[in-house]
Write a protein that binds this ligand. Structure first.
Ligand code: 5AD
Ligand code: SF4
Length: 482
């Protein structure tokens, strides 16, 4: 993007602080100088577009990446015509990878029109050696590649690109580092995700996450609380505590603290009105957590509790470390301790060796627990995971048929459950104007269902009492009450 002077570049690197986050702040400033120079030359401020694929953890990373790019002088845009496009990738299922390859083709044609365009890739896919090799050989127009462990380094890597290096490739195999206090752009002013831990140690046999996100690391509670206090001061009402397995939070800290204890401390932060968290592994969900949820004023009446399969035999093959009976017992204890709680889940069909009987066990759990909603997935073979090497892979048409039957059952139950709160008065956090009718606003209930009711933009970000007047299958209509 700019002429570069090798001597100056060396000086900049020699002067950069060794400690974080100071080093990255320094590189943000150095990038900004180059970006501003470029803006003067071309008459427009260079634009940057971050595209996120995948889960809530990735969405949070994307906000950090956007924050860094903004500090580096770029103007944010939604259009992939931008001067810099960064894909934050996901690799949990193969479909996610295929989508990225498809879209890279489109970016390449744009780059032919605008050779100065910078194309950058980061996130989970980049932690796979085969992916990086493929990009290096077949997608040579990519300028910048980094992984999940050094997201915080974007400014430094970008500086290397802006001063002539190409491609810039820096992928770490793992880290025990948690870099605090970097900028982030928040998508919503009234709610925010907060990382409490990174990585996963569970090694479910189908899952690639432990390989691409590394070992479990918890943030210090003081850092988490300081961030939440700052968010509250900034007007945030609802926080979502994020981790691949929040129930094992704190085990690796010098002064261990349980997830339930962390929640109790978050509950004390003034200004925060609602607390959510994601994701819970059933095997680590403690009685202590159930009790904290039961007495909390702020923890939302919703729990995402991935089942994956209802068959104890398949669960063992999946290395989930609970049985069907243990899961059912846990779900029942939670439903009893927290009346009205909405349970949601993730289910995989077509795991290697899954028989019709195993699948019936899954349907049985779905009918007994009665989930508010469920994410249902076709098993996807991920290279390098133990399940990929298992025999008895289920034929795709069999898996597809099970998926359809499962979805029908999930939807039938979810529809029945949606009506049960009709007539009640509940608090809703107003998230925006209704997409279809500008005379309505859309709010989220504690149990994660949506409600649409008459209102205007002044309500956005407010927690308001709403009477639920009518159930519409998966959401409610309502009216605001004072
Ligand atoms: N195939 C299908 N679904 C998967 N998930 C994780 N790995 C796979 C896979 N290989 C699902 C699990 C998990 C969710 C985030 O993605 O259900 O809970
Ligand atoms: Fe994957 Fe299992 Fe870890 Fe979830 S808990 S990220 S499914 S290995």
């Amino acid at each position: 993007m700019t002429e570069w002077n090798p001597t100056l570049r060396q000086e900049v690197f020699a002067e950069a602080p060794d400690t974080e986050p100071e080093r990255q702040r320094y590189f943000m400033e150095q990038c900004r100088i180059l970006v501003e120079q470029r803006a003067r030359e071309t008459g427009h401020v260079p634009t940057a577009c971050v595209v996120n694929f995948g889960c809530q953890m990735n969405a949070k990373d994307a906000e950090k990446l956007q924050g860094i790019l903004e500090e580096a002088g770029f103007q944010e845009t939604d259009s992939e015509e931008a001067d810099l496009v960064l894909y934050n990738t996901c690799t949990v299922r193969e479909n996610a990878n295929l989508r990225v390859y498809g879209r890279l083709g489109v970016l390449n044609s744009m780059k032919k029109q605008n050779p100065e365009k910078i194309i950058a890739l980061c996130g989970c896919m980049m932690q796979e050696e085969t992916v990086v090799k493929k990009i290096q050989t077949s997608y040579r127009f990519v300028d910048l590649l980094f992984g999940t462990h050094n997201v915080f380094q974007l400014a430094e890597l970008l500086y290397r690109r802006l001063t002539g290096e190409r491609p810039v490739l820096d992928i770490w195999q793992g880290t025990d580092q948690v870099v605090e206090d970097l900028p982030a752009v928040r998508k919503y002013p009234f709610k925010s995700g907060v990382n409490i831990m990174f990585g996963c140690n569970n090694f479910c046999s189908y899952c690639i996450v432990p390989y691409v996100r590394g070992r479990e690391r918890s943030r210090e509670p003081e850092d988490i609380l300081r961030e939440i206090e700052r968010l509250a001061a900034d007007g945030v009402q609802e926080v979502m505590l994020l981790g691949q397995n929040v129930n094992s939070y704190g085990k690796t800290l010098a002064h261990p603290l349980s997830f339930a204890q962390l929640l109790e401390r978050v509950e004390e932060v003034p200004g925060i009105r609602r607390i959510r968290f994601m994701t819970s592994h059933p095997k680590d969900l403690s009685e202590e957590l159930i009790q904290v949820m039961a007495k909390s004023q702020k923890i939302c009446r919703h729990l995402h509790l991935p089942l994956q399969s209802g068959s104890t035999r398949i669960l063992r093959q999946m290395n989930r470390r609970y049985t069907k009976e243990q899961y059912l017992d846990l779900a029942a204890r939670i439903q009893e301790a927290v009346p009205g709680i909405a349970l949601t889940t993730d289910i995989i069909v077509g795991f290697p060796g899954e028989t019709e009987e195993d699948f019936q066990e899954t349907l049985d759990v779905v009918r007994r627990v009665r989930y508010d909603s469920a994410f249902t997935f076709l098993y996807s073979k991920r290279t390098g995971t133990p399940a990929a090497a298992m025999e008895n892979q289920v034929p795709p048409e069999v898996a597809q048929d099970r998926l359809e039957r499962l979805l029908a059952e999930v939807q039938r139950i979810a529809g029945e459950l949606c009506g049960k709160d009709t007539g009640t008065r509940q608090e809703a956090l107003v998230e925006g104007l209704d997409d279809h009718d500008p005379a309505l606003v859309t709010g989220r209930l504690s149990n994660n269902r949506m409600v649409h009711f008459p209102g205007d933009a002044s309500l956005i970000g407010r927690l308001v009492p709403v009477r639920l007047t009518e159930a519409k299958g998966f959401y409610y209509m309502g009216r605001m009450e004072e």
